[in-house]
Write a protein that binds this ligand. Sequence first.
Ligand code: AHN
Ligand code: ZN
Length: 324
Amino acid sequence: MKCKSLAAVALAALSISCGKSQAGRNGADTGAEADVQPQPAAEVSFDADSAYAYVARQVEFGPRVPGSTAHRQCGEWLASELRRHGAEVTVQEATLTAFDGTQLPARNIIGSFNPQAAERILLLAHWDTRPWADNDPDRTNHSKPVPGADDGASGTGVLLEIARQLSLSDNKPGVDILFTDAEDYGTDGDDESWALGTRYFVQNRPEGVTYRGAILLDMVGGKNAQFRREYFSQQYAPQLVDAVWAAAGMAGEGALFSNELGGAITDDHVELIKGGIPAIDIITFDPANGFPPYWHTVNDDMSNISAKTLGSVGRVMMTYLNNI
Ligand code: AHN
Ligand code: ZN
């Protein structure tokens, strides 16, 4: 049984679960809410420990600063992992010019599942890491690179585990997983200096593909993460925000996905929105306190990463994918 669209479900009581295990129940299909009991969280498959290992593996390469050996090696590994999970892999290579004139050898890595499907969902995360820990309280760290456990590796790790889950599924949706490069080489006050890889992707997107939506995962592994409705997402792709937040309710993760409005974050999704693709950003950002304290510091390492958070985000994404 396939469910109604998540947007429709969002309007109904969030306790109505419509996972495959609910097939044949009344309530989800008829809209008769009165006799529907609270349901356990929808059953989806996602291995949080596997996602955690994927994050740790990236951090082990060292900071993935464009031009570095760690960056080159990690890029090779990401493409090979997608291939191992049965994706059709395309690598976009480009030399991108940073705000300071540095020439960045960039690679966007795309893994397509069920490539025949014309209508597709784009799932993305940046895999590069910032060359400067310029938010570190210790100024002497400002010239050091960020380890990028949360800022980079977390979203990428969740998407690798989603790729593994899709490889095991016999009913794959049309999904493109995009690892974007050169997101984090930007400078404060210059919005155009960020998300260079995604801008390149939008200008060189696969032909004949329509994306019904794009979901960006950025900093989705923190121990104290909280995902609010990011401003640009809510403004330009409200139905997709509703659908993912409804999936969070169905997955029993309503507490992690808050209905509060988050800040306006210049991130990869903004480039997609500018290119006409409805895109949202799942990102931990507290309007009162900003990004987590380790953000753009040398402390963005595995000590701040929670398998539980990775698992929650992964289950929400799988719930969303199972219901499109
Ligand atoms: C700015 O700081 C302008 N944007 C945040 C985008 C970002 C950086 N995401 C991760 N690192
Ligand atoms: Zn960053």
